[in-house]
Design a protein around this ligand. Structure first.
Ligand code: 5AD
Ligand code: SF4
Length: 472
């Protein structure tokens, strides 16, 4: 796809946005009220970002955003990384069938990773006939066109692309937070870890051009954003396939130079591609946050090999040592899968061991979930449920213990904190985030939201702190 095609596509979509605007306006006049829209987002930061783009289009069309699922346009942005995520979506759909009976004007759209699986689309066609629009991960920029087609045809409209090389820039967007924003730097994944469905539903790796990324961040800063999260399934392999030769570390260096930007985060790093250059750039930057999410998945070399992770526990520990030597106060977090096919007690103990060695600030632990179409789904030696549950509980206990100890270490220190929100339980408190990504609650007022204050960490409760502001 060349630049002219992408520009033409943007023009086409603007045409459909106009057409839908007219329709929404007419409907609104008939109903004598504005039409409302809502997005229910499942899964990761990528999906959250996609939902902001989709809501951006809906607002441009004339819808007004609401939190209620009883809206005129309800969008489900789905996740399929584990089976639980799929089950939740079907649960919601069951409930929606009744709501739609009461509001026949309602339009229901399904998108995201689950829709890239043909058997899911078949199930929706057969059992959830009241759904209006089904699309996938590659064509979210087409939402206005899909709505237009649905109105024209009067039938469920399905448009799923297998893959794409197209990146459409400059679409409308409705950001959830005024002061922080995710920024896609790449899409897709080429790693094919044997348990993971992402490469099948998000397609091949494609990087955005550095100039487009920088331009977007500069604009965000002008709009009041102080923190960006650079998003990609595997940010460390950023730059592959671009005309311009550039590494992720180099991109970070450029983002670091943007005036007015105060904090930079990124997600997710694959241990196999972590470079010394990246560690150096992080170390020398005042803006890049002291947090690295580095999924280990398993501590056993045998399992890592079958998972197709392309690193060993020794290599991983070596990287962690380098990172801690360069930035002693950094918070390292991880993802771990328990019960991968063939995982023995010995393999599991290797995972427990690496957790004790790295001493993660926090870790997301997942029970292995069989995803149809992945190599691991065909492996015969699936681990019994009760064995997995027992290992999962032991691992969680260890992680919580270490995590609490690591959190304690920062008590008494003064840390810059970006104020994010009013505390959800006590509105005299504000909630903010340390560079290390940990939350802290302290006395404050809503006008502080979006600004950075120095906060003294007084005590740790589980995985968050209570603090006091030491300086305005
Ligand atoms: N089962 C369990 N966890 C999985 N993840 C990805 N695929 C699966 C699966 N099939 C986890 C990995 C990944 C995180 C986003 O989700 O730990 O890092
Ligand atoms: Fe899945 Fe592995 Fe790609 Fe992460 S790196 S999205 S776990 S295939």
């Amino acid at each position: 796809m060349n630049n002219t095609d992408v520009t033409l596509e943007l023009e086409r979509q603007n045409y459909f946005i106009e057409q839908c605007r007219e329709w929404v306006k007419k409907q609104s006049e008939i109903l004598k009220r504005p039409l409302t829209c809502t997005a229910k987002t499942f899964g990761c930061q990528m999906n959250a970002k996609d939902s902001e783009k989709l809501i951006g289009i809906l607002i441009k069309i004339g819808y007004v955003e609401t939190d209620s699922e009883n809206a005129d346009f309800v969008l489900y942005n789905t996740c399929t990384v584990r089976e639980n995520a799929n089950l939740k979506v079907y649960g919601h759909l069951g409930y929606m069938q009744n709501l739609k009976k009461k509001n026949p004007n309602m339009m229901i759209a399904m998108c995201g990773c689950m829709m890239q699986e043909p058997e899911v689309v078949e199930k929706i066609k057969k059992s959830y006939k009241f759904v209006d629009i089904v699309f996938g991960t590659h064509n979210i920029f087409k939402l206005a066109e899909l709505i237009y087609r649905r109105i024209e045809t009067g039938k469920m409209y399905i448009d799923i692309w297998k893959d794409t090389d197209m990146i459409v820039e400059d679409l409308p967007i409705e950001r959830k937070f005024s002061f922080k924003s995710g920024v896609n730097i790449m899409f897709g994944c080429d790693n094919f870890c044997s348990y993971c469905i992402v490469p099948y539903v998000r397609g091949r790796e494609r990087s955005r051009k550095p100039d487009d990324i920088i331009k977007e961040i500069e604009q965000l800063v002008k709009d009041g954003v102080v923190e960006v999260m650079l998003l990609g399934q595997n940010v460390n392999s950023y730059g592959k396939g671009l005309d311009e030769e550039i590494t992720f570390a180099e991109l970070l260096r450029r983002v670091d130079e943007i005036p007015g930007l105060k904090r930079i985060r990124f997600m997710t790093s694959h241990p196999k591609d972590l470079s010394d250059e990246l560690i150096e750039v992080m170390k020398n930057s005042k803006k890049i946050c002291r947090h690295l999410h580095l999924p280990i998945q398993s501590g056993s070399n045998r399992i890592l090999k079958i998972m197709n992770r392309k690193y060993t526990r020794e290599k991983y520990l070596e990287e962690v040592e380098k990172i801690k030597a360069a930035m002693p106060d950094i918070a390292i977090t991880t993802d771990i899968i328990v019960g991968f096919p063939g995982e023995t007690e010995e393999d599991f103990l290797e995972t427990m061991d690496i957790v004790k060695k790295v001493r993660y600030d926090s870790a997301f632990t997942f029970i292995y979930s069989k995803r149809t179409g992945t190599p691991a789904a065909k492996m015969e030696n699936q681990v019994p449920k009760d064995v997995i549950k027992d290992r999962f509980d032991r691992l969680l206990e260890e992680i919580q213990k270490i995590s609490a100890e690591e959190t304690q270490k920062r008590i008494g220190s003064i840390q810059p904190v970006l104020v994010e929100d009013v505390n959800s339980h006590d509105d005299s408190l504000m909630t903010g985030r340390l560079s290390h990504n940990t939350l802290v609650h302290f006395k404050g007022t809503p006008d502080m939201i979006g600004r950075i204050y120095n906060v003294k960490l007084e005590s740790a409760k589980g995985f968050y702190y209570m603090g006091t502001i030491v300086e305005e």
